[in-house]
Design a binder for this molecule. Structure first.
Ligand code: AVJ
Length: 330
């Protein structure tokens, strides 16, 4: 939809590089019409903690639904993907999901390599620790953007056994439809025929349910959203007045996505020193900070197939409408 400025993809290499890239992104995206900020910046240290808190909210069922499915079907995953020698998780978070899965593995199976790919060192430390108790599991952390980590894996295929890539937590939902196609193709390109993908996708549900999931009565999601402004103020010398921005969640049925916005409550001028930016926001003008696409039952299989996979098994949580699909690279 909108082209990114030519900046390094990784914020992980060095802090100075990271800040420079953040400054360029902030300048570029806040100057767009509509104004926006990339959702990947939601996950600084505090943002990651707030997201963990969101996952524990009664109104945000995504993680619990997925955990139930993983717990109930983990043995079937290993049976279908046998012999599995390598699991790769894109965005492992705290490592709980992959640990649930690995806990369902046959003890007599050989060594399993678990590769964790994330730009966040905090997530890598946490998830590595979560996996440290498993016998015959070797954990390899890649502090890198997904694309870079996937290329590293493609260039070092296992000598035997299959690879299973985990892309869970409805993270696919942050991509617009062309972006989702492209990203799944990138995953496929890192794999060989006979390897596997386990994809967790949130499905469309009633508007009031989605509304509560993204605008919870405790205000945790609002804090998660506003923390973007806190970050800009702290890292880039911004002067956003937090009280002057409201958190909004909107269900756009035609696009099948929930949008998060920060809406300016008055006409105001904002400066961001390190981004050399001065911005006049009108009352009610919004900054679009995230899209979470929700899939229809029938579309998950289509998306996976378009990327060069064949769906093998699909589990759906009936209560919370969440889909876990295991697909084989063809
Ligand atoms: C981590 C991207 C799946 O879109 O549901 C939670 C992030 N945003 N509440 C999502 C999020 C607001 C979440 N993902």
């Amino acid at each position: 939809m909108i082209e990114r400025p030519a900046v390094p993809l990784s914020r992980a290499s060095a802090d100075a590089d990271g800040s420079a890239a953040f400054a360029l992104d902030v300048r570029y995206y806040l100057s767009q019409d509509p104004r926006q900020l990339p959702s990947r910046y939601l996950y600084d240290e505090l943002g990651s903690c707030l997201f963990e808190a969101i996952c524990r909210l009664p109104w945000y069922p995504v993680m619990r639904a997925e955990a139930r499915l993983l717990d109930a079907h983990r043995h079937e995953v290993f049976a279908a993907a046998d012999p599995l020698s390598r699991i790769v998780e894109l965005g492992p978070g705290s490592g709980e999901k992959v640990a649930t899965l690995v806990g369902g593995r046959d003890r007599s199976a050989g060594t399993l390599e678990v590769h964790l790919i994330d730009v966040s060192p905090t997530a890598l430390t946490l998830s590595t620790r979560t996996l440290s108790g498993f016998e015959s599991v070797r954990v390899v952390a890649h502090e890198a953007p997904y694309e870079v980590g996937l290329t590293e894996l493609r260039d070092a295929p296992p000598t035997q056994g299959r690879t299973l890539v985990l892309f869970l937590g409805s993270n696919i939902g942050n991509f617009d439809p062309p972006g989702a196609d492209e990203f799944l193709r990138e995953i496929r390109a890192a794999l060989s025929p006979g390897d596997f993908l386990l994809l967790g996708t949130d499905l469309v549900k009633p508007e009031r349910v989605l509304q509560l999931a993204y605008d919870d009565p405790l205000g945790v999601t609002a804090a998660f959203n506003r923390n973007l402004l806190v970050q800009i103020n702290r890292e880039l010398g911004g002067d956003f007045d937090l009280e002057s921005f409201a958190h909004r969640a909107l269900w756009k049925a035609t696009e099948s996505r929930v949008e998060m916005h920060l809406v300016s409550l008055r006409r105001q001028v904002v400066r961001v020193e390190a981004a050399e930016l001065e911005l006049t926001l009108d009352a009610d003008e919004s900054i679009w900070t995230e899209s979470s696409y929700k899939y229809q039952d029938a579309t998950v299989a289509l998306v996976v197939e378009r990327a060069g996979f064949e769906p093998v098994v699909r589990w759906i949580d009936a209560d919370d409408r969440f889909d876990l699909t295991l697909a084989k690279a063809v």
